[in-house]
Design a protein around this ligand. Structure first.
Ligand code: PEP
Length: 252
């Protein structure tokens, strides 16, 4: 039995147009009373789909989230989307610091922290992503790298209600590769301990720690039953309602 109610969040990345609302509708159909009693669900579509998806999911108890937000509240920042705009479009969450943002858009820990704070100001729950590269793991530096990311990107004063952390080893994202259950256990235990130092034991004990990186129906039961794994951040498999639901069932 779990002491923390798990969360499964789908990250659609840059995939999804209006016709794909059918995927969300199918997920909602399969999110039955037993699953609702056990697991929280969120879908993070492209920003253009947040408003229609949130509307389509009314009554389903599936939340929505953005995939990023600006550090800024408003103004001359062409192309950026403020956290308050995501909230206005219906979002409850915002993924921040995804490895694709850190790598392709040069986001530093300080940027990620500012984005997480902007999300919290807009009453969104940031899902802060951390994770080591393959070189860093092979060099035995995975724990140190993640610890540094946590110290640099978690807002002070965050609580279980205002923060979700996702451990996503960069080398496992979209590759089909996953760490062993023992490696995930070691990392999630270390993250919980670091959060205790950063936020205090009581707050840290309730923060949801998601695992992300090639989660699919065939490995979900094993990964979701690792200690201190309180759900999943799911990329590719979240685009198939059937696979997404199988992962949700693995958390129940
Ligand atoms: C992700 O991008 O957050 C992710 C976990 O992707 P995938 O499940 O496709 O590895």
């Amino acid at each position: 039995t779990r002491s923390i109610r798990p969360l499964v969040a789908g990250n659609w990345k840059m995939n999804g147009v209006k016709a794909d609302l059918a995927i969300a509708a199918e997920a909602a159909k399969g999110y039955d009373a037993a699953l609702k009693a056990a697991v929280d669900l969120a879908i993070c579509p492209p920003a253009t789909m947040l408003y229609p998806m949130t509307a389509a999911l009314i009554g389903s108890r599936i939340a929505t989230g953005g995939q990023d937000c600006s550090t800024q509240a408003a103004g001359a920042f062409t192309g950026e989307i403020a956290a308050a705009m995501l909230a206005d479009a219906g979002a409850s969450f915002a993924i921040v610091g995804h490895s694709e943002r850190r790598t392709l858009h040069g986001e530093t820990n300080a940027t990620v922290k500012a984005k997480a704070q902007a999300a919290q100001t807009a009453l969104l729950v940031p899902i802060i992503c951390v994770g080591e590269t393959r070189d860093e793991r092979e060099a035995g530096k995975a724990l140190a790298v993640v610890k540094k990311q946590l110290r640099g990107s978690i807002p002070e004063g965050a609580t279980a209600a205002t923060l979700v952390v996702a451990y996503e080893p960069v080398w496992a994202i979209g590759t089909g590769l996953t760490p062993t259950a023992a490696d995930v256990a070691e990392m999630h235990e270390a993250i919980r301990a670091d959060l205790s130092r950063l936020l205090g034991k009581a707050a840290a004990a309730g923060v949801r720690l998601l695992y992300g990186g090639s989660v699919k129906p065939s490995n979900a039961v094993e990964l979701m039953n690792v200690a201190h794994v309180d759900g999943a951040l799911v990329g590719g498999a979240s685009l198939k309602a059937e696979d997404f639901l199988a992962i949700v069932r693995a958390c129940a």
